[in-house]
Design a protein. Structure first.
Length: 143
């Protein structure tokens, strides 16, 4: 929960570094919320629509429940766009890479995989040009 709070409290902060745990806990929470919205609103609506299409081809319309689900999903996606971009940029900063590397995700087919590999890799140990090591701040001082 602390990682998610950190991401949301740094809503549009593209400076500094983010630990892997901060990035992945936020990503997991975002994915779970999206899947819940889809399971509650969108999947049942698609089922109703396909049933209606089987009974009367050409007359199937998206049920109101599906429209509500897509609206909620759209609002959520827009609201969390900046924090998602910001935590990804801070994660790239942790491995001493420019935040502009996030644009590699725009390359069809392989771009997302390249960015995924970069956020999976461990960050640089000690301070780098983007700030102090966030992992070192949590470690106890050694005598």
């Amino acid at each position: 929960m602390e990682s998610i709070r950190t991401v949301l409290s740094k809503y549009a902060d593209f400076n500094g570094r983010a630990r892997r745990s901060e990035y992945w806990w936020y990503t997991l929470a975002y994915t779970i919320v999206v899947l819940l919205i889809e399971a509650i609103f969108i999947f049942p609506a698609i089922g109703q629509m396909s049933t209606a299409a089987a009974e009367n081809p050409g007359a199937a319309q998206m049920p109101a429940m599906g429209v509500v689900g897509y609206v909620i999903l759209g609002i959520l996606s827009l609201a969390l766009l900046l924090p998602s971009l910001a935590v990804t940029v801070r994660r790239l900063h942790d491995s001493d890479k420019s935040g502009f590397f996030i644009l590699l995700g725009l390359i069809p087919f392989v771009g997302g995989i390249i960015v995924l590999v970069m956020v999976i890799l461990p960050g640089t140990v000690g301070p780098n040009r983007f700030g102090p090591d966030p992992k070192a701040a949590e470690l106890p001082a050694q005598a």
